[in-house]
Design a protein around this ligand. Structure first.
Ligand code: ARG
Length: 560
């Protein structure tokens, strides 16, 4: 039951609109003050009475209402304490009938959200610089889907640029098929690095590379076949990681996809008088908005990252008619997206307001390894493997006889990395520590997964849950129940703010509340009434914790 709605309906009169009351109702910070409060100060103007008098009068409406154990008027606030037993039975009924759908909604029905995320670069290693975009985007995908939106996941591949001419040149000079097939992206990188070394001595190589790049653009067969092959090799490696992270895409239309879609954009910019010359380049001036110009064409006529993003935005609007288009990209590109959205606005696209840059901070490792330039690239695959390996060590130490422990270590190790990445608010820089991430007693993925496994174990031992009846509710049970009741709101908030961390933190709170209850009270040893109610509470907790983890992209092991 929706208590806010219930209270608002009951209080609504011709002078006092239902939605107005609903907006005023809030949850007090501490349970002592009650479960819901109505501050009457804003009503004083409308009703021409003092807040204290209003609260006193409204109180009488709830005389004898069994849904509340107390309704009190205190200094202009009307405080509601729910009847715990009826509240608990309603929350449990909601969760246990909704099951894995509890918390979902159809608020997004008929609306499409495009999410541009991960967006890796071809022939470059998948390093931890792409971890956040991949897991934040992957989680937002699941969250919006859960809320009924149609989601289009787009991997805007970095597959355009002169570096691909260089790579083709290097391959032709020093590469061979077997080596690339065997070494994959590492071998492509090796060729690329060699190109740069040799080009220092031999600048003609750069001319050659430019020619190959032109040939790719002009559709020459040999260069395009090689380029497509490099792309396939990269994607094969990258997709293995996506599988581990439970992530999928609906489109891999990358930068080169827009090669033939930029001219219409340039024409439109010209027609609208937005394109001006500047040192031979063509730019859109943004001085009026306190930004440097957005360069559309370089003096040699080549397009830029921004040009392709403009074409991509128009293409996405036309193809998907999105309600929102999200770009999950690091804060280093804040300016790029501000410029992009402003140019769209200047072009008169009213939907420019629906474009959102979901920005986030940097990830680095505790030992300081991060920088690509110094060659200290940390591969995402290595991070995942190391987490799984360390997790297996912990299991071998704590629970060596666990069945299927390799598989559990995989689920828990990878879950720990995802959870650790999604724990802080997006915009914070994070420093990775395996020990912290894998601490089974910390604010971690393993802790929440362990709590799920605990619930599963309780439910396995009990067999099927019998009919339950809620008669009394202790403080631990009540705290747990109020958290279960909040889940739908939590999911909506995380979508509104594009913040999976709201769900991550909530899952820790919920796990803590369950564990407190679990340690303070017996379950299976109790008489039937109490036992069945506590089992129902355990089952509800498991549904909600599993859903929370699922929305983050994390699986739940049967045993841990
Ligand atoms: N490939 C780019 C990078 O690695 C990210 C692309 C983001 N998406 C976009 N539409 N610009 O930095």
């Amino acid at each position: 039951m929706d208590y806010k709605k219930y209270v608002a309906e009951k209080l609504a009169t011709k002078d006092l609109a239902e939605n107005e009351i609903r907006e005023l109702l809030s949850v007090p910070p501490d349970l002592e003050k009650g479960d819901l409060t109505l501050p009457c100060f804003k009503l004083a103007k409308v009703l021409r009475k003092s807040p204290v008098v209003i609260a006193n009068e409204l109180k009488s409406v709830f005389e004898g209402d069994v849904n509340f154990s107390a309704v009190e008027s205190v200094n202009g606030y009307l405080n509601f304490k729910f009847n715990r037993a009826s509240f608990a039975s309603q929350v449990l009924a909601d969760v246990l009938s909704g099951k894995e759908k509890y918390g979902s909604s159809d608020m997004g029905k008929g609306k499409t959200i495009c999410i541009d995320y991960s967006s890796v670069n071809i022939a470059k290693p998948f390093h931890i610089g792409h971890l956040s975009t991949t897991v934040i985007g992957g989680s937002l995908y699941k969250i919006f889907e859960f809320l009924g939106y149609k989601v289009v996941g787009i991997n805007h591949l970095g597959d355009y640029g002169t570096q691909f001419g260089k790579m083709i040149c290097a391959y032709k000079l020093w590469g061979n098929k077997q080596a690339v097939e065997k070494g994959g992206v590492k071998e492509l990188m090796r060729l690329y690095v060699r190109f740069h070394e040799e080009a220092k001595q031999n600048p003609e190589l750069d001319d050659k590379a430019r020619e190959y790049f032109k040939n790719i653009e002009n559709g020459c067969r040999e260069e395009n076949e090689l380029f497509t092959w490099f792309k396939d090799i990269t994607l094969k490696e990258v997709k293995k990681i996506y599988e581990k992270l439970n992530i999928k895409f609906d489109s891999y239309a990358g930068e080169s996809f827009y090669n033939d879609k930029m001219q219409p954009v340039i024409d439109e910019l010209t027609e609208k008088g937005l394109l001006v010359e500047s040192d031979g380049a063509k730019v859109v001036k943004l001085d009026d908005f306190g930004m440097p110009p957005c360069i559309i064409l370089r003096s040699d006529g080549a397009s830029l990252y921004a040009t392709r993003d403009l074409a991509a935005a128009l293409y996405r609007k036309k193809t998907y008619d999105f309600y929102k288009c999200l770009y999950v990209v690091a804060y280093q590109q804040d300016l790029h997206f501000k410029q992009l959205f402003k140019v769209l606005e200047l072009m008169g696209k009213e939907w420019a307001k629906d474009m959102v840059h979901v920005s986030f901070g940097m990830v680095s490792l505790e030992d300081g390894a991060m920088s690509t330039r110094e060659g200290k690239v940390v591969l995402l695959e290595d991070v995942l493997n190391k987490a799984v390996e360390k997790c297996l060590n912990i299991i071998n130490e704590k629970n060596p006889n666990l069945e299927d422990k390799e598989n559990v270590a995989e689920i828990v190790g990878i879950g720990a990395v995802i959870f650790g990445t999604l724990f802080s608010g997006r915009i914070k820089d994070i420093t990775f520590s395996y020990d912290k991430m894998l601490n089974f007693d910390g604010e971690t993925g393993p802790y929440v997964q362990y709590t799920c496994a605990r619930c599963k174990s309780v439910l396995r031992k009990s067999g099927e849950i019998k009919d339950y009846k809620v008669t009394s509710v202790n403080d631990d049970e009540y705290a747990l129940t109020t958290l279960l009741a909040r889940f739908p709101e939590i999911v909506k908030q995380s979508a509104e703010k594009y913040e999976p961390s709201i769900i991550t933190r909530y899952s820790v709170d919920l796990a803590e509340a369950y564990n407190k209850f679990y340690f303070d009270y017996r379950i299976l040893g109790e008489e039937d009434d109490v036992k069945n109610y506590r089992l129902a509470l355990t089952s509800a907790t498991l549904y909600v914790l599993s859903s929370a983890l699922r929305l983050l992209g994390i699986s739940v092991p049967e045993k841990m």
